[in-house]
Design a protein around this ligand. Structure first.
Ligand code: EPS
Length: 402
C-alpha cells in the first residue's frame, strides 16, 4: 500500500466535493478555519472569474482524521459543500428522471466545446449528454485539491518550508520578473487582483481581460510556484519515478487547462551554452539545509538530478485559455451529427490567479510526499527527530573525505 495518497470526488454542481488524504502523521495541529479555509478563499479570487464565485463561499468540513485539534494518523476526510447545488437538484439528482417532468430541467447539453473534455468523454464513457462529462471535468474539483494541499502546507510550515505563487503573464501581457522574491510571496500578491508582483502589468492584464470578456473570448497565462526553506536531498535520481522534477511536472500538469510545465530556466535554458545555464557552487556557511554549500544563481530552479538542491524550488506552468467561449467555435450536434456551434455555459474569462493557488497545492502535496519518504514517521515528533538529525548531519559533515 502506498503510505501517502489523496483522492477527490464530486461534481461541479453536485452536492459537494469530498477528499481523503492519507499518510499525514499524528500530532499535527490542524484546524479548518485557520489552516484550510483561508486557502480555499485564496483559490476563489482573481480578476476574470465568473458569477459562480459569488455564489460559493468555500469552507471545508472535517469528517475524520483529527481529534481535539490534532491529526491522529488516520485518513483525513473533508467535504466542501456546493452552495449552487440548490439550483441544480433536479439536473444533478442521483435518481432516475421523472417521466412526467420537464426535460429542460435536466440541463442536458449536446454540443461539445473544442478544448474541453466534453467530446472525448462522451465517446470514451459512452454517454449522450455532455453534462455527464463536464460536471466532473470542471475545475471546480480543484477546491478539494487545495484543501489537501492546505493540510500539506500546514505540515511543511512546521519545518520552515513555505510555498507561494505569482502570475507572470496573462495573454500577451508579461509581468516584470523581480530580481529577488519577497520573503512572503503570497503576502505580496494576494491583495493584487491578478496575484502579480508587477502592479503596472496588473493594470494592463485587467484591461486585456475586460477586452476578452467584451469579445466573448477567454485568456490563459503563466504562473510560477516557489518553495522556500527546502533541505537538499528530497527526491532521487536513482529511478525514473523517484525524480522529483518528473513528479512535480506530472502533478502540476494534471491541473485543468495546464499545457506546459517548466522548472527553473526551463525551455529558455536551451538558448544558452552550458556555462551560462548551470549554477556555480560556492561554500556558504549559513546554508545549513544544504551542507554549507550554496549557488551563485538558481537557474536549475532548485533541482538537480531530480533531487532538491536546497535552493528555492521554482515551477512554472502554462494555462491555456478556458474552453467555454461566448464566441462559439464550430462543433457537431451529438444527437444527429449536424453542424452547430459549441455550447455556452456560465464560466470564467480568466482563472490563472486561481490556478496558481491550485499549483501551490499540487506542489505542496508532492513535496510532502517526498518529505515523508525521506524523513518518515508515524508521529510529528518522530518526523521532527528524523528531520533534525538530518539537518545536524548536514551541518556537521564538513567537506573532507571519509
Ligand atoms: C467551470 C465553470 C465555472 C467556474 C468553475 C469551473 O462554473 P459554473 O459552470 O458553475 O459557472 O466558475 O469553477 C468553479 C466552480 C470553481 O470553484 O473553481 C468549468 O467548467 O470548469
Amino acid at each position: 500500500m502506498k503510505s501517502f495518497s489523496f483522492r477527490t470526488s464530486g461534481e461541479s454542481h453536485g452536492r459537494g466535493l469530498t477528499t481523503i488524504l492519507e499518510g499525514i502523521p499524528a500530532g499535527l495541529p490542524l484546524e479548518m478555519k485557520r489552516d484550510v479555509d483561508p486557502e480555499l478563499k485564496r483559490r476563489q479570487g482573481g480578476y476574470g472569474r465568473g458569477r459562480r464565485m459569488q455564489i460559493e463561499s468555500d469552507q471545508a468540513e472535517l469528517i475524520s482524521g483529527v481529534r481535539l485539534g490534532e491529526t491522529i494518523g488516520s485518513p483525513i476526510s473533508m467535504i466542501i459543500w456546493n452552495r449552487d447545488w440548490e439550483n441544480w437538484q433536479e439536473a444533478m439528482s442521483p435518481l432516475p428522471p421523472d417521466p412526467d417532468g420537464n426535460p429542460k430541467a435536466l440541463k442536458a447539453l449536446y454540443l461539445p466545446r473544442p478544448g474541453h473534455a466534453d467530446l472525448v468523454g462522451l465517446l470514451k464513457y459512452d454517454r449522450r449528454d455532455t453534462r455527464d462529462i463536464l460536471e466532473r471535468a470542471s475545475a471546480r474539483e480543484t477546491a478539494a485539491r487545495v484543501a489537501c494541499g492546505a493540510v500539506c502546507k500546514t505540515l511543511l510550515s512546521q519545518f520552515g518550508v513555505s510555498i507561494g505563487s505569482h502570475v507572470t503573464s496573462i495573454g500577451s501581457v508579461n509581468a516584470q520578473a523581480p530580481s529577488e522574491f519577497p520573503e512572503d510571496i503570497n503576502k505580496a500578491v494576494d491583495d493584487s487582483p491578478l496575484r502579480t508582483l508587477d502592479n503596472d502589468a496588473a493594470i494592463k492584464m485587467m484591461e486585456t481581460i475586460d477586452q476578452a470578456k467584451e469579445d466573448g473570448d477567454t485568456l490563459g497565462g503563466i504562473f510560477e510556484v516557489v518553495v522556500q526553506g527546502l533541505p537538499v536531498g528530497l527526491g532521487s535520481y536513482v529511478s525514473y519515478d523517484a525524480k522529483l522534477d518528473g513528479r512535480l511536472a506530472g502533478s502540476v500538469m494534471s491541473i485543468h487547462a495546464i499545457k506546459g510545465v517548466e522548472i527553473g530556466m526551463g525551455f529558455e535554458g536551451t538558448r544558452y551554452p552550458g556555462s551560462q545555464v548551470h549554477d556555480p557552487i560556492v561554500a556558504r556557511e549559513e546554508a545549513s539545509r544544504s551542507g554549507g554549500i550554496g549557488r551563485t544563481s538558481n537557474r536549475a530552479g532548485g533541482l538537480e538530478g531530480g533531487v532538491t538542491t536546497g535552493e528555492q524550488l521554482v515551477v512554472r506552468a502554462a494555462m491555456k485559455p478556458i474552453s467555454t467561449l461566448r464566441k462559439r467555435l464550430p462543433s457537431v450536434d451529438m444527437r444527429d451529427g449536424s453542424v452547430a456551434d459549441a455550447a455556452v455555459e456560465r464560466s470564467d474569462v480568466c482563472a490563472v490567479p486561481a490556478a496558481a493557488v491550485v499549483g501551490e497545492a499540487m506542489v505542496a502535496i508532492v513535496i510532502t510526499e517526498a518529505f515523508l519518504e525521506k524523513f518518515g514517521g508515524d508521529s510529528m515528533s518522530e518526523l521532527r527527530r528524523n528531520f533534525d538529525s538530518y539537518v545536524t548531519y548536514l551541518s556537521e559533515r564538513g567537506y573532507g573525505s571519509r
